[in-house]
Design a protein around this ligand. Structure first.
Ligand code: SAM
Ligand code: DTB
Ligand code: SF4
Length: 346
């Protein structure tokens, strides 16, 4: 093939520059056009956008802990923890503070800079929140960033979490508004947007993303990314999960997603939200090292790290460290607000 002409080169450079602009007005057609690019062109654009704002060889690692497991009143069709499905999961009460602190310390000692605590609640009660606030304080005292995912939040609850110095709140859109009703019926897509608005308005970093491989169409994936990218502010963290199929749930046995389509979705997320962390989330146990390497090339720069997600397995930390070594990736270190005492006391 002939080399690119000067004007083709200029056009390409211009396209790549435009990928570095923060926009909140993406049309569905534009997003579908990105998905439709030749794979190499898409990855080139995503990698270029990534390099403009991030160290391309750095990966942020968060460790998860389920602080309250199972018996959830919601009917999320993917979830091991819904009381509506027989998934043979042992339910557990809210963990005591000392167990949470021990798990966070172990995660920190293995190199995680963020500890993410998840609870199987539709929403926390104010008394639940008192306990979680103690946990957040204790984990911050270990010098780690904190994230919690507790279900729906009121504005007042979000403010309480901000006041204790919570760094991130995770609440996923999960899928497109159009496909949503096929997956969850006990709360609406709008409920999710409302919780995210409460978190954002309280000034907490938003962590919001999705699950791929639930039987959704390519248009659903584009619409889901459009919803995330057209929020008033991009979520600072965007977890992209691949469905972990759980026996007993309605989504068990659904046709999985083509791995290259998954990589494309990461690349499009990176281009649409160039300043956000894009997390290669659940499902890594089912991915080859090579597929994960492609996801990093496509702009993923964060993972869940440690042997356990919430109720299912994740690659072990040694394997991940070896993979990072083979790829020349280094793990990001914790950066907490300089003045910890402002929000949290001495
Ligand atoms: N109960 C809270 C809620 O739903 O917001 C917090 C915990 S919930 C388990 C957090 C997120 O984990 C879900 O929104 C979903 O995106 C993801 N998740 C749960 N089960 C999953 C599965 N089997 N495979 C992939 N992602 C999953
Ligand atoms: C997110 O997007 N993925 C995490 C976290 N946020 C809370 C949860 C993944 C759960 C995978 C299935 C399980 O372990 O139960
Ligand atoms: Fe409950 Fe969260 Fe699981 Fe839905 S995803 S069933 S709200 S724990």
């Amino acid at each position: 093939m002939a080399p690119l002409s000067l004007s083709q080169n200029a056009e390409r450079r211009e396209l790549n520059m435009s990928d570095n602009v923060i926009r909140n007005d993406w049309s569905l057609e534009e997003i579908q056009a990105l998905f439709g690019l030749p794979f190499n062109d898409l990855l080139y654009r995503a990698q270029t956008a990534h390099r403009a704002r991030f160290d391309p060889n750095q990966v942020q690692v968060s460790t998860l802990l389920s602080i309250k497991t199972g018996a959830c009143s919601e009917d999320c069709g993917y979830c091991s923890q819904s009381a509506k499905y027989d998934t043979s999961l042992e339910r557990e009460k809210l963990l005591p503070l000392d167990e949470v602190v021990a798990a966070a310390r172990a995660a920190r000692d293995k190199g995680a800079n963020r500890f993410c605590m998840g609870a199987a609640w539709r929403n926390p009660t104010d008394r639940n929140l008192d306990k979680v606030i103690e946990m957040i304080q204790a984990v911050r005292d270990l010098g780690m960033q904190t994230c919690v995912t507790l279900g729906m939040l009121s504005q007042a609850q979000a403010q309480r979490l901000k006041d204790v110095g919570l760094d991130y709140y995770n609440h996923n859109l999960d899928t497109s508004p159009e496909f949503y009703g096929n997956v969850i019926t006990t709360r609406t897509f709008q409920d999710r947007l409302d919780t995210l608005a409460h978190v954002r308005d309280a000034g907490i970093n938003v962590c919001s993303g999705s699950i791929l491989g639930m039987g959704e169409s390519g248009t659903d994936r584009a619409r889901m990314l459009q919803e995330l990218a057209n929020m008033p502010q991009h979520p600072q963290s965007v977890p992209i999960n691949m469905l972990v199929q759980i026996e007993g749930t309605p989504l068990f046995g659904v046709d999985g997603i083509d791995p290259l389509e998954f990589v494309r979705s990461i690349a499009v997320a990176r281009i649409l939200m160039p300043a956000s962390y894009v997390r290669l989330s659940a499902g890594r146990n089912e991915m080859s090292d090579e597929m994960q390497a492609l996801c990093f090339l496509a702009g993923a720069n964060s993972v869940f790290y440690g042997e356990r997600l919430l109720t299912t397995d994740n690659p072990d930390a040694n394997h991940d460290r070896q993979l990072f070594g083979r790829l020349g990736l280094h793990m990001e270190e914790a950066e907490l607000e300089a003045d910890h005492s402002v929000c949290c006391g001495p």
